[in-house]
Ligand binder design. Sequence first.
Ligand SMILES: Nc1ncnc2c1ncn2[C@@H]1O[C@H](COP(=O)(O)OP(=O)(O)OP(=O)(O)O)[C@@H](O)[C@H]1O
Length: 471
Amino acid sequence: MSENVYPGFGILLVDDEPDWLGSLALTLETYGGINNIKTCSDSREVLSLLEEGGIGLVLLDMTMPYLSGEEVLKQIAEQHPEIAVIVVSGLNQVETAVRCMKLGAFDYCVKTDEADRIVGSVLRAIRMVEMRSEFQEVSSRLISRELSHPEAFSSIVTADRSMLDIFSYVEAVAKSPQPLLITGESGVGKELIAQAAHRLSGCRGKLITVNVAGLDDTVFADTLFGHVRGAFTGADQARRGMVEEAADGTLFLDEIGDLSIPSQVKLLRLLQEREYFPLGCDLPKRLRARVVVATHQNLSAKESAGSFRRDLYYRLRTHRVQIPPLRERRGDIALLLEHFLAEAAETLGKKKPTPPKGLAQFLSTYSFPGNVRELKAMVFDAVSVHRDRMLSMDSFVKAVESAQAEAGPTQAAAPKQNPFSGFDELPTFSDAAAFLVHEALDRANGNQTLAARLLGISQPALSKRLKMRHG
Ligand SMILES: Nc1ncnc2c1ncn2[C@@H]1O[C@H](COP(=O)(O)OP(=O)(O)OP(=O)(O)O)[C@@H](O)[C@H]1O
């Protein structure tokens, strides 16, 4: 991973005036942090430069000796359709602009345009090229459905398709110098994904995690950037900031949605300039870490509401993954249950207990607002109190009931699947009811209260049914 280069592909500036090439390169670097730039002042050399590879975007002058911009544009469109071209002309001519766009140019700018207009156009083109190559990379991985480094995800227990797709994506963008944004409800496993991204990045340094929730701006700056000795009253010792601790590794900023606006400005500056100043120090230090951020908040809504800066939001969302809540991957509940039972037994020095039949099914009727963390806590609690070989269902029922009572009646019910949809011949009502009652009692080990719960009826209603059947 090259650290201080943006974007990840080269941008070729083509113009016969070397002075303009120099000033355009400076504008792009100053206003857009764009520094992966090559220049060419002879239009006849453009194609051979593109053949060498590594260029994703060309900024092309129109009026040049030898080959005109329009001719070069035609050649690029034919031979390198994957390369985006922005025409930067000395003249504002609508007809030429239309012709260029028809030939496939991404945009048409005029040299006298404000710097903002040209830089904005280049940033959009960069994003388009990035998205296109990201899409190709991800879709080829999704088609092959294979991970090159499955071991990087070994701590994440799942068999869910959407989670496996996320693994492919994280692997595809692992070596990118751009930040990775991980969103999802609390307890879904965002930190585990950050750890996997770090393992895959190939960075030699450490993974440094900073939870930025509740840090005021001064503490945020001090934590990240550190200070020199004597920077403020009481600063008897210099402090290395976390950005430095994470050098050649990954800086993981958790709860990024809680950052104050002044801290957001500092973070944006760090990402854009890849430089920072420890408090009391005049010499800038370089950011030498990959940045991964996470939040359980809806950043897009925060951005619309004005509490999250738009420029930072766009900078952060270059690569992003949204981890689904546990209730949207119920198939994982049984796997996670087994995993946490073994982990809890080992941690607590007990023999792994046998889960009661129907436990996974019972748990999958619950919406788990605290996601995997809540399931883990339930299992650890149940294992710590249990004595017999067979784990008791009671502690799970109590945990679910008290969580539901706390959440109140608005708690969403689990979406139901129709178990009969595949049947050619349907059972009668009374047969279906009898089978259901039998299965529920079996799963609940004869415990009528639990069986009634599994069936969604009261215990007296179940016992009435049983009496009717036997009587
Ligand atoms: N798929 C999984 N397999 C195994 N353990 C998991 C899985 N998902 C989450 N966990 C465990 O659940 C707990 C919560 O996970 P984690 O801290 O990664 O969640 P988070 O999304 O970062 O939460 P928060 O938003 O509160 O920071 C951790 O103990 C983690 O190890």
